[in-house]
Design a protein around this ligand. Structure first.
Ligand SMILES: C[S@@+](CC[C@H](N)C(=O)[O-])C[C@H]1O[C@@H](n2cnc3c(N)ncnc32)[C@H](O)[C@@H]1O
Length: 302
């Protein structure tokens, strides 16, 4: 039996450390009044990225509590906490988002980043986040709409795709998304629905902002650590069939989303040719894209 990989492991690479613009985080910290907050809970924390980033703006001795189902992620978050020399108190525990090991009314602010998109029952997780948050405290969800990017022209720049090919890309993305949902693995574009889920959960003063981060790829790629990490991630994804480049995974979601194997196989052949072209352009330093995305920050008050 092959050992199951920890959830989302391929996505938690170095490129993720550059997901937020520093000056935007400062703005966010003001909007969330982080300087007044002493206790933060980060649900589905992975390596603890969001807790580490937000902690910098919190009270000097603030406590950050991260929770994730995967013990490997928690072990890495603990190692990173040892390397953090601030006065902040970090604790990381293996726990399910549906049953957090915290008393009621515990945190000043409870956050999650790209967690709800992976859950079968995001509403239940939101209710749990609310339970552990103090009355008047904030619940913040950082979640994307991944379907939006399928029509970004830059994703295909230089390939000169026809309307038919763009429509095919769109259909494939929709079937993938619907398939993932049908298999109970969440909904990659849940970001758009989070305000409604917040409302249904009784949260007040709901606000929605967008991350201002573009994820461009601009030659020469070695110019900054950020660009190098992003290009390295793209190359790894393509060469190791990760991040959407794996046939079996894609076929599984396509079929569950109501597609046929024949149609998928035809598409996949063309997709592989495009992937090859993309890899060549990355290797010869001619690939450029703006790297747009829709990444929501949804906030509600308990
Ligand atoms: C895409 S990762 C995001 C990690 C982290 N929030 C970040 O932004 O770096 C999703 C995380 O959710 C965790 N996860 C998935 N289902 C979970 C559940 N039911 N309870 C707790 N964590 C869960 C996964 O193990 C994974 O670490």
């Amino acid at each position: 039996m092959t050992e199951k990989k920890p959830h989302s492991i391929e996505y938690l690479g170095e490129a993720r450390n550059f997901w937020w613009n520093d000056d935007y985080l400062e703005l966010l910290a003001k909007r969330l009044a982080l300087a007044e907050k002493s206790v933060l809970a980060d649900v589905g924390c992975g390596y603890g990225m969001m807790g580490f980033l937000l902690s910098k703006f919190m009270k000097g001795n603030a406590a950050i509590h991260g929770f994730d189902l995967e013990k490997e992620h928690i072990a890495k978050a603990r190692r990173l906490a040892v390397a953090d020399h601030s006065e902040k108190k970090f604790s990381f525990e293996v726990a399910d988002a549906y049953a957090l090991p915290l008393e009621d009314n515990f945190s000043d602010i409870t956050v999650c980043q790209t967690l709800l998109i992976h859950l079968k029952d995001p509403q239940r997780a939101i209710r749990e986040m609310i339970r552990v948050t103090k009355p008047g405290g904030l619940i913040v969800a950082f979640e994307p709409n991944n379907m939006a990017s399928v029509l970004y022209i830059d994703q295909f720049s230089g390939l000169d795709l026809s309307v038919e090919e763009m429509l095919e890309e769109t259909e494939m993305t929709l079937r993938h998304e619907k398939g993932k949902m049908a298999l109970g693995e969440g909904f990659n574009s849940l970001g758009d629905v989070v305000p409604e889920l917040f409302l249904k959960s009784g949260l007040k003063e709901i606000a929605v902002w967008l991350s201002d981060k573009g994820l461009p790829v601009i030659p020469p790629y070695g110019d900054s650590a950020e660009m190098s990490a992003r290009v390295a991630q793209m190359k790894t994804f393509m060469s190791e069939e990760l991040g959407g480049y794996n046939y079996d995974e894609n076929l599984k979601y396509h079929l569950a989303g109501g597609g046929s194997k024949e149609r998928f196989d035809n598409y996949w052949k063309r997709h592989m040719v495009k992937t090859q072209q993309l890899a060549e352009r990355l290797n010869n330093g001619s690939y450029t894209c703006a790297g747009g995305g829709i990444f929501y920050i949804v906030v509600g008050k308990k």
